[in-house]
Design a protein around this ligand. Sequence first.
Ligand SMILES: [Zn+2]
Length: 321
Amino acid sequence: MGTKLKIWKQGQFYQKLGKKIIDLPYQVNQGPSDHQIKIGGFTVQPDKDGNFLDRNYSEDELDAIHTYGVTRLVIDLYENLFEKPLKWIWQQNGSDEPLTIRIRNNDINARYLKDQKCIELDYYGPYKNWTYNCRTVDLVAHETGHAILDSILPFLNEGNAETKGLSEAFCDLTAMFIVLSQYDLCEYVIEETRGDLKLNSILTLFAAGHGFSKGPNKESRSALNDIKYNRNEWSPYHYSQVIVGLLYDLFCEKFNKNERRVNDDAENLYQIGQVWIAGITNTFMECGADSNLNDFGRKLLRCFSNEMGFIEKHLKKRKIF
Ligand SMILES: [Zn+2]
């Protein structure tokens, strides 16, 4: 028995895209919850058909349903890639406690807290309106990415700035994977960019609404960048942007040079996306505790052997090699 629920397609800052119904191929408990995730403080009841659609849900409850749905999409994406169920790091040590996602702290945080077995997606403001981090799909995907990476390669979250940069890159890439794995969003990217991926779109922009520095609805980072590696930078986000920028260049190259191109750019985007996602995930899975960007670059060359020339050129351009 499957379960239907409604999520924002991309978030509150993309009102034009609005919401959509997703159909999960399994039963979801009240909360919504399951053995892997629960929304802290919520016990939202399903409707008479077992879905989360046809009751008079409050705004708080709709946020709980949305956040659960997006987190599930991320977990399901990686479980399909790994072909096995994910277990949180504490579940590997005997606890069966699910990951709790807290969506109603009055603060500006969006973060994964291993010790508390939770993700915090706070709300803050108001500017014109309140900003709810849980409504921004890429933030939910990013923080879920941290929890997933911690369950597979825990050392990446704990290393130096460069190693942490790889983990931040994995999480921003997770947000991109979520766009690329939904055909309707691929259609929207093509519509938004008219097929020119060198223009910013929902695929390239991250963390809208997170923090005050650029205003409440400006994105914090973009995959469209030409930031070069600088070994003296202290911020993990410097290194993550170098890697995400490099991988997005590779994605654009694969999209533009696609030899099996069909007469539907959204379909091309979706198909190329699946190959790109698998290659990147494989590259990350080869990382070790002392991995840095140079090491990641060498692993990338192995996982994308057909694009070696292009990747090598761009690794040099980004000063990683
Ligand atoms: Zn992060």
